[in-house]
Design a protein around this ligand. Structure first.
Ligand code: 13P
Ligand code: ZN
Length: 272
């Protein structure tokens, strides 16, 4: 079992491509952003010796519901633009111990690095999303410029924020019918912001961190990417039109039509 083999695993290839693509979208300046991908032992075992723990990394909180689970995660301080050139230094494969307090490093972080500083928000969100949806796999965080800009000039009320985004592109309401959770500015990298993010993830798969960025939870890297891409498009259009007289919009009646057409249900109480 060599590192070279894991580098050929389809999920590592896709993770590298995703980091590269997110960087190309301008969502991940410097070391901005982080991703965690839940993997099964069946996916991991053909590539790495699961009995060979390279390092024990305390996670600083406990998440016993994730005991024994494997995650491919981005490293703290790592630049998304560089992941493609050295995946083994910029990514790590970890397994959570039985007590939920430690991450066992099985592969990666070859320059002595460790997992993202946002591990609390990632693991706590995975725990919540898995209880809502057994197919949940990915938590993705990044700093898209338009969504950030929107948090400076728009009310942070979740219903208002979500409704504005839904009104900006026809597809928004059926791509994220559960809407967008919004947290006020909080210090990043803490257990507190992790808990607050996960609490929002009970109701929706997107959480905006005001003046910081966005979190998405998805069943795949594409799914999480697509959620962020759609919100970011909505925010971009909002910024193009917010200062102009609004002559037209997508009405609530039209959104109800979309609900019926696409078989989705908008978050309770968010449409009139
Ligand atoms: P990390 O480099 O620790 O992943 O942090 C980046 C970031 O976006 C913090 O919110
Ligand atoms: Zn961030």
């Amino acid at each position: 079992m060599t590192d070279k083999t894991l580098l050929e695993a389809p999920y590592v290839v896709e993770m590298v491509r995703t980091c590269t693509n997110m960087y190309a979208h301008g969502w991940d300046e410097r070391n901005g952003g982080n991703i965690s991908l839940l993997l099964s032992e069946e996916e991991v075992a053909p590539y790495v010796d699961v009995n060979n723990v390279l390092r024990q990394l305390p996670i600083g909180f406990v998440e016993p519901s994730l005991a024994g689970k494997y995650f491919l995660v981005t490293g703290t301080g790592k630049y998304f633009k560089n992941v493609q050139y050295d995946p083994a230094a910029n990514l790590g494969l970890i397994r959570i111990t039985a007590d939920g307090a430690t991450a066992e490093l099985l592969w990666g972080f070859t320059d002595g690095g460790t997992f993202t500083s946002e591990l609390p928000a990632h693991l706590m969100s995975h725990a919540v999303r898995l209880s809502a949806d057994p197919n949940a796999r990915v938590v993705m965080h990044c700093h898209p410029a338009n969504i950030l800009a929107m948090t400076y000039v728009h009310s942070l009320d979740e219903r208002e924020f979500t409704r504005t985004l839904w009104q900006m592109c026809t597809e928004c309401v059926f791509v994220f019918p559960d809407g967008v959770g919004v947290l006020p500015w909080m210090c990043c990298g803490t257990t507190e912001i992790g808990q607050a993010t996960a609490e929002k993830m009970r109701e929706c798969r997107l959480v905006v961190w005001a003046q910081h960025g966005i979190y998405a939870a998805g069943s795949s890297l594409d799914d999480a990417f697509g959620l962020i891409e759609t919100v970011e498009k909505g925010a971009e259009i909002y910024l193009k039109v917010a200062h102009l007289p609004r002559l037209n919009t997508i009405t609530d009646a039209q959104m109800h039509e979309l609900e019926a057409r696409f078989g989705v249900k908008a978050r309770e109480g968010f449409l009139d």
